[in-house]
Design a binder for this molecule. Structure first.
Ligand code: BES
Ligand code: ZN
Length: 879
């Protein structure tokens, strides 16, 4: 093994021996030789008894030019330099350290630290990128006041940005200029940012509840200025919302967003200077889909919300990541629910959670929301930390109520503003503000795995009682064979035979209280008896998905169809449809595996028919209910699965439904395809979503008329949502070569639209997908160095095209392994993410398992493999 593979453990945390009071940074920007001068005012941490500990600071891929201690230049014998650190002995109480480093941004292909994108400079410092800029105590519990001076060529880099307020600027010799920034708020280094380049901005304002004006600036490359309006409006909406919902007001005079097309992630919350992937900034109806617009709203809100939940109060160490990410995802989800449809947002979030987080939590990478150890922190920006973390925060809100949750937030900020804290501190603030006991609840932070609720019920006609019994369990996960019971909020209602919610009165209560109740589970098995229940009800369980669990209850198919029609909880209505479809698909899969044929039950078809023809229903909800469960979710629920067969079964069900519902689909499509000009508002978005679901069903019919419909929608669309929906169907049906060529010709200069073009082909179910993907890697618009391109083509193929990725010949696996090894050399973070495409191998049939194991072995024994990729692959091998 060529690298050291040292795991970091949560329980090894010790506070820093030194603190940094101030840092003054000076950047002389140059593409291949940037000079960074850093002046640190350090002092011993008064809370740590370590009078003689030396000062060791982090650094990576840097050339050290000089070190001064209290003004005196040190000779190499006076400090110790390793590839990852600089150690200065002999500091007594405090010191001023001046360090000059040189670095090469043009050679930075990892996109961590200071790098170039289309000739402009950007930084990315979370989690541990600042150490690639200068030597520093690069840990989130060291919070410092930053001053930054940037010097660069005036013509090529007219815009020079950093955190905080611009306090000075001027010109220098050799056509250079400088700008100085002061950030008045203490922050950890991971929130540092610098941007320099030829950028233009769209600006707007927000007036705070206190009457202060905040200037909002969205910076993009010159050709993109016509695509900033939505992001700017999103920032304004987010500012208003956070004031109204949580009383949280922005704290600087300017809020800047800068877009770059080379970015490992979605976006980053650097103080006052958020840096975004162009995907989450640039949009106009011609080039962005409705989903893209929604994505911009939620990512802009998310990064903006971090200003309080992440920046003002930050993480003590990276094990506490969910402290900021889970909470901020919860906040952005709530924002999206409030500006759009709450039910639709909830269903979409649950779908993502089930498809991605559940798979993670059941596989080799399963880890608690607050992990216990890691090899590479970048691997822990996971669905569990983010999405399950958000569910954990949501459960606290469910248990405490909306006002109780807000009180908890207020106490959290009163106690911890300006500090670096832990998940325990957050829970303590919530508990203390409400006099609540959340001790058992904290197991959600420490125990991994998806809890399983097995429910049964008993109706006693004579006593008019309904008893619900719930048994909870949680499967073993790596390192955690046994689990203790969780504290689980289980929201439920009881629906009578006329479809009305019954008032709920628990045994022992004198009066009924509401029609939805939150039961609190704390034990392995519990029973709840409701009294005055006049007839046997159908239970509506886990309303609004009140906990991230799997729930089983012996509903009959008729019960489910009844709930689809009657449940007052929109989530449960969708869930009933989803449970019905998913049971059916699993049965059909097993039948197909035995070479048997099953016809679709008429009741199921009729319930979908009702949804399609009922004009009163919200079209967005109908669209969601018509969409069949995804193959990735089904894969989790079938043992020894053949993904190719699963895809065939799903497709054939869709085809049968299309035949049965042909008339209704055509009518609904025609009604919704009204030729009105495009508008992005919730009514129009909902209608387009249903229209395009109808279209995707109709596209399963092998009729020339359908081909014409698709070609028409493609040709006539005045927006990307409709155009892409038609093209997707065409590509799956008959190749759509003419339209694919037309699309590329039209959008060859728009990188984000070309990403869609790559993804369409990578996810096509027609034969030959892999060889088309391989050919597309030579397309002039493709680059293995650009994360968006890798995601659009390669990750899309490996993660979303199950039938082809899992092709029986194993070529899909070899292709993925080759790309992982190749990308690991330039950008290990992206390679490690791609490597998780193999995680679910134990669910597959034995032949595929063996082929994947061989590829995992091949990757793991590659020389100089990064720690990040090694960590993912070696865990997968232990599964
Ligand atoms: N802090 C993260 C960005 C980040 C992630 C930096 C990983 C370093 C490593 C940011 O707030 C974030 O969470 N971004 C998400 C999008 C968000 C809407 C969930 C992302 O980039 O995917
Ligand atoms: Zn975040």
């Amino acid at each position: 093994m060529s690298k050291s593979r040292q795991a970091i453990h949560r329980l090894d945390y010790t506070p820093p021996a030194f603190l940094i009071d101030r840092v003054d940074l000076n950047f002389e920007l140059d593409e291949t030789a940037t000079r960074v001068t850093s002046r640190l005012v350090v002092q011993r941490n008064p809370k740590v008894a370590s009078a003689d500990a030396p000062l060791t600071i982090d650094g990576e891929d840097l050339t050290l030019e000089s070190v001064k201690l209290d003004g005196a230049l040190l000779t190499p014998a006076q400090f110790e330099l390793t590839p990852s650190s600089l150690t200065l002995p002999g500091i007594e109480q405090d010191a001023i350290i001046e360090i000059v480093t040189r670095l090469n941004p043009a050679a930075n292909t990892q996109l961590m630290g200071l790098y170039l994108s289309n000739g402009n400079f950007f930084t990315q410092c979370e989690a541990e990128g600042f150490r690639r800029i200068t030597y520093y105590l690069d840990r989130p519990d060291v919070m410092t006041r930053f001053t930054t001076t940037i010097i660069a060529d005036k013509t090529r880099f007219p815009v020079l940005l950093s955190n905080g307020n611009r306090v000075g600027e001027g010109v220098l010799d050799r056509n250079r200029h400088w700008v100085k920034w002061v950030d008045p708020f203490r922050k950890p280094a991971y929130l540092f940012a610098l941007v320099a380049g030829k950028l233009v901005s769209q600006t707007g304002q927000h007036t705070t509840s206190g009457g202060k004006t905040v200037h909002i600036e969205v910076y993009v490359e010159p050709g993109d200025l016509d695509k900033c309006e939505h992001a700017l409006a999103a920032a304004q909406k987010a500012m208003r919302w956070d004031e109204e919902r949580f009383g949280l007001v922005y704290d600087l005079d300017t809020y800047m967003i800068v877009a770059t097309s080379d970015f490992n992630m979605g976006a980053m919350e650097n103080k006052g200077l958020n840096i975004f992937n162009t995907k989450y900034v640039l949009a106009k109806p011609d080039t962005a889909t409705d989903a893209d617009f929604d994505g911009i709203d939620s990512v802009v809100a998310h990064e903006y919300f971090h200003n309080w939940t992440g920046n003002r109060v930050t993480c003590r160490d990276w094990f506490q990541l969910s402290l900021k990410e889970g909470l901020t995802v919860y906040r952005d989800q709530e924002f999206s629910s409030d500006i759009g449809s709450r039910a639709v947002a909830r269903i979409q979030n649950v779908r993502t959670l089930r498809e991605l987080q559940f798979a993670e939590d059941a596989g080799p990478q399963a880890h608690p929301v607050r992990p216990d150890s890691y090899l590479e922190i970048n691997n822990f920006y996971t669905m569990t930390v983010y999405e399950k973390g958000a569910e954990v925060v949501r459960m606290i809100a469910t248990l405490l109520g909306r006002d109780g949750f807000r009180k908890g937030m207020e106490l959290y900020f009163r106690r911890h503003d300006g500090q670096a804290v832990t998940c325990d501190d957050f829970v303590a603030a919530m508990a203390d503000a409400n006099n609540a006991d959340l001790e058992q609840f904290k197991r959600w932070y420490s125990q991994a795995g998806i809890p399983q609720l097995d429910c049964s019920s008993d109706y006693n006609e004579a006593a008019r009682t309904f008893t619900l019994t719930v048994r909870q369990s949680c499967p073993p996960t790596p390192g955690q064979p046994e689990k203790l019971p969780f504290h689980i909020p289980l929201a439920l209602g009881l629906v009578d035979r006329r479809g009305h919610d019954l008032p709920l009165q628990l045994d022992g209560e004198t009066m009924p209280g509401g029609t939805t109740r939150v039961l609190e589970l704390r034990e392995a098995e519990q029973s709840f008896t409701f009294v005055n229940v006049p007839c046997p009800p159908v239970p509506s369980l886990l309303r609004d998905f009140s906990a991230p669990v799997r729930l089983d209850y012996p509903w009959t198919q008729d019960d489910l169809i009844f709930l689809v029609a009657c449940d007052s909880d929109a989530f449960c209505r969708w869930e009933a449809a989803n449970t019905c479809a998913s049971r059916l698909l699993k049965e059909l899969y097993l039948a197909a595996a035995r070479n048997e044929k099953i016809v679709l039950p008429a009741g199921f078809i009729d319930s979908l028919r009702c949804l399609l023809t009922e004009p009163e229903l919200d079209p967005a909800l109908v669209a969601l209910m018509l969409e069949l469960p995804g193959e990735r979710t089904l894969l989790e629920e079938i043992d020894s699965v053949d993904p190719g067969l699963l895809q065939q079964v799903c497709q054939s069900v869709k085809q049968q439904l299309a035949r049965e519902l042909r008339a209704e689909l055509l009518i609904r499509y025609a009604q919704l395809n009204d030729g009105e000009p495009y508008r992005y508002d919730s009514i129009e978005v909902a209608q387009r979503s249903l229209k395009n679901v109808c279209l995707s069903y109709l596209a399963e019919l092998d009729e020339p008329m359908v081909g014409e419909m698709l070609a028409n929608q493609y040709a006539r669309a005045d927006n990307m949502t409709d155009r892409l929906a038609a093209l997707k169907a065409l590509v799956n049906r008959d190749g759509g070569e003419a339209q694919l060529a037309d699309f590329a010709a039209r959008w060859q200069d728009d990188a984000l639209v070309m990403d869609k073009w790559f993804t369409l082909q990578a996810t096509s179910r027609r034969p030959g997908a892999l060889s088309r993907v391989e050919k597309l890697m030579d397309h002039p618009a493709f680059s293995l160095r650009n994360p968006n391109k890798v995601r659009a083509l390669i990750s899309a193929f490996c993660q979303q095209n199950l039938a082809h990725f899992h092709a029986a010949d194993g070529y899909g696996y070899a292709f993925a392994a080759d790309r992982i090894i190749e990308i690991d050399k330039s950008n290990p973070q992206i390679a490690a993410r791609l490597a998780s495409c193999f995680n679910r191998w134990p669910r597959l049939e034995p032949k595929r398992q063996a082929m994947i194991r061989a590829e995992l072995e091949r990757i793991s024994t590659t020389e100089n493999l990064s720690n990040g990729t090694f960590e993912i692959v070696s865990k997968a091998l232990q599964a």
